[in-house]
Design a protein around this ligand. Structure first.
Ligand code: TXA
Ligand code: MG
Length: 320
């Protein structure tokens, strides 16, 4: 068996030298660099083909460190941090001066998160700097939820992947903007609104996840997209309109006898939306590899992680 401590040390050495390392988190794999080393951060944008207008999230291991990344931390941030960190939540806060504008794409704010993965927490504790890390996929494609996903697409561009197994949540973090004590949802994600609402009030008007929202750069209508076309809606109805030999399906639980069994993916046999979130990105990737033309996907119930899954399916299906 691999020596876990050595793997973390190796990742730390690369990051300290200004190199990129793919790191496991509970949401998706990230592509990390020293957040305070602009030469290293440029490599992230290059490896992903990521446009410079799309800001990066800064990852750290302790709430006490957040004060070194953000110049102000409102009370509501502490409340949220205490309850949900480490975990699938990113907070947008006023940035500290020494955080490079390259990381924040010129914004005066910075996204901060404490991820919940033991290897990455170990790694972050060893480093004297936080890491900037977007999802470790080519820009616009489906996020990686295993080390193999990262290897498949970015393996030749990055020196090291820290393998932490399959991601426990499987969908990117929920992003909240905090303006004083006002809370706005910029991206639906791995922390369900129902859980957030135990701590903060979120009105429907405060959910601003559309691409037209300048406060959420990088939230493009077309994103998280496999190469195959995705059609979102009733699979039963859409199957009447297409060549059933050339389609794959993604549903929560349903079977479609018209479609070859190997091209049908049920995200959760028991209808569990957490299990479905975990399975979603692997499902999109595996159907992308099948000899089909079209992925038929069905919306999940609009509750819990179903909302974030539907958001990703909508973006995957967007025809610009
Ligand atoms: O779960 C996650 O959040 C994963 C793991 C690796 O932590 N990371 C991730 O990063 O999904 P990325 O780069 O794929 O998405 C980051 C998004 C940006 O596209 C943008 O919408 C938002 O975070 N963001 C980051 N900094 C921001 C800022 N200062 N203001 C507004 N939005 C920001
Ligand atoms: Mg991403």
């Amino acid at each position: 068996m691999a020596d876990i401590g050595k793997e973390v040390q190796r990742a730390a050495a690369y990051l300290t030298q200004g190199e990129l390392v793919a790191i496991p988190t509970e949401t998706v794999y990230g592509l990390a660099a020293n957040a305070y080393d602009e030469v290293a951060v440029v490599k992230i944008f290059e490896a992903k083909n990521r446009p410079a207008f799309d800001p990066l999230i800064v990852h750290t291991h302790a709430v006490s460190e957040v004060k070194t990344i953000a110049r102000e931390v409102p009370d509501v941030a502490y409340l949220l941090a205490e309850r949900f960190w480490p975990g699938p939540l990113t907070l947008i806060l006023p940035k500290a001066e020494h955080v490079p504008l390259l990381v924040t794409s010129g914004h005066d704010s910075v996204g901060v998160r404490i991820p919940r993965h033991p290897l990455t927490l170990d790694l972050l504790r060893q480093l004297p700097f936080p890491v900037a890390a977007p999802s470790a996929n080519p820009f616009g494609y489906v996020s990686p939820t295993t080390a193999q996903h990262v290897q498949d697409q970015l393996g030749s561009r990055i020196p090291y992947i820290l393998d932490g197994g399959a991601c426990a949540v499987g969908i990117e973090s929920t992003i909240l903007a905090l303006n004083g004590d006002e809370v706005e949802v910029l991206r639906l994600g791995g922390l369900a609104l129902e859980e957030l609402e135990d701590v903060v009030q979120i009105s429907k008007a405060r959910i601003k996840t559309s691409s037209s929202n300048p406060a959420a750069p990088g939230m493009l209508s077309s994103h998280y997209s496999p190469r195959k076309k995705v059609l979102l809606g009733s699979i039963e109805e859409n199957l009447k309109l297409v060549d059933t030999e050339r389609v794959g399906t993604i549903s929560l639980q349903k079977n479609f006898p018209q479609v070859p069994i190997s091209r049908q993916i049920q995200l959760s046999a028991s209808g569990d939306l957490g299990e479905a979130a975990r399975a979603l990105f692997s499902a999109l990737r595996s159907l992308d590899e099948q000899p089909i033309d079209l992925i038929l996907a069905e919306p999940m119930p609009e509750q819990g992680l179903g909302r974030a899954i539907n958001d990703r399916l909508q973006r995957a299906s967007f025809q610009g």
